[in-house]
Design a protein around this ligand. Structure first.
Ligand SMILES: [Zn+2]
Length: 315
């Protein structure tokens, strides 16, 4: 399912509003539950001793599950790649899951403000362990690029943080959490090795359709030639004529080595650029903002890195 650019635009506008006037967000419009995850048994019953963890995005939920093992019930909210994360509005089921959580993980920095609104409305929020990955673990703030899961340092930091926090909530199993976090971090080694192999010795120019892949690009020493083009697309605007012309020129004159294309956006402008890049034999790297169904975080990232590796003839 394609995400239309108008939806993205709306989502960003809402995000901007939420940053500006936090108090103004009183009305929640219920939406179809496409993006709301199935709760893995909200522990009210037999497994009452388990710690309830709610992750706004499923890639964080994966880390929580890896670290928490049998000691946790993890509910991920955004699990459907057809759901535009910038446009998500929580359902009653989401509020219930958050209310029942002892640990909450979300991106923050303006990406998933709906979680902040839910926590604000929840009288028990003060007793929860709340981890805003962007600000708490990475020192980012609103206005910074929110797609922090494209930084390969993020998940190891989250795993360590969750091991510490779960150990405090459940000291009897603290060693297990530490061990599980260590094991999870070890499973990321092939991915970081792959990235290290692909990393360019000197800066290489690229262009991107949206700033989704930028942290990864930066770590590979790939520099976005025209970030304004990508920002306009993400904000649902048409890039200016001069930015559009510059990206065309980058392609026609082979000033860039590859073009990173977020396939979850439906934009005629981007489609034209992709066609132009194909016609000029500029490799297209297909990326997504959300985790594809049937792949875990590591597989997802590895597949995208492989495309970059192939473009550079690195196996
Ligand atoms: Zn985004």
């Amino acid at each position: 399912m394609k995400i239309t650019i108008s939806k993205w635009k709306l989502g960003l506008a809402l995000t901007a509003l939420a940053i500006g006037v936090l108090t103004g967000c009183g009305t929640e419009k219920p939406t179809a539950a496409t993006g709301a995850a199935a709760t893995q048994a909200n522990s009210a019953g037999a497994s009452g001793a388990k710690i309830n963890v709610v992750a706004a995005e499923n890639f964080y939920g994966e880390v929580a599950q890896a670290v928490g093992g049998d000691h946790v019930n993890v509910t991920s909210i955004l699990t459907n790649p057809g759901q535009d994360p910038h446009d998500y509005e929580p359902t009653a089921e989401t509020s219930k899951a958050v209310a029942g959580a002892q640990v909450v993980v979300y991106t923050g920095i303006g990406y998933d403000d709906w979680m902040e609104r839910l926590l604000k409305a929840d009288s028990s929020a003060k007793t929860k362990d709340v981890v805003a990955v962007g600000s708490d673990l990475l020192g980012k703030s609103a206005g910074d690029n929110p797609h922090v899961w494209y930084d390969l340092a993020t998940m190891p930091k989250l795993a360590s943080k969750l091991a510490d926090d779960l150990g405090k909530l459940d000291p009897a199993n603290s060693e297990d959490y530490q061990k599980r976090a260590k094991d999870y971090i070890a499973t990321m080694a092939p991915l970081t090795d792959k990235a290290a192999k692909i990393k360019q010795g000197s800066p290489v120019s690229i262009d991107v359709s949206e700033p989704v892949f930028d942290y990864m690009a930066e770590s590979l020493n790939l520099q976005v030639n025209n970030p304004k083009f990508a920002l306009a697309v993400e904000e649902g605007n048409d890039p200016t004529a001069s930015d559009y012309a510059q990206v065309q020129d980058d392609i026609k004159n082979h000033k860039i080595k590859l073009f990173v294309f977020n396939t979850q956006t439906d934009s005629p402008t981007v489609e034209n650029i992709v066609k132009l890049a194909q016609g000029n034999s500029i490799p297209i790297i297909k990326v997504t903002e959300t985790e594809p169904t049937g792949k875990n975080y590591i597989q997802w990232m590895a597949e995208q890195l492989d495309q970059v590796g192939n473009a550079f003839g690195i196996q």
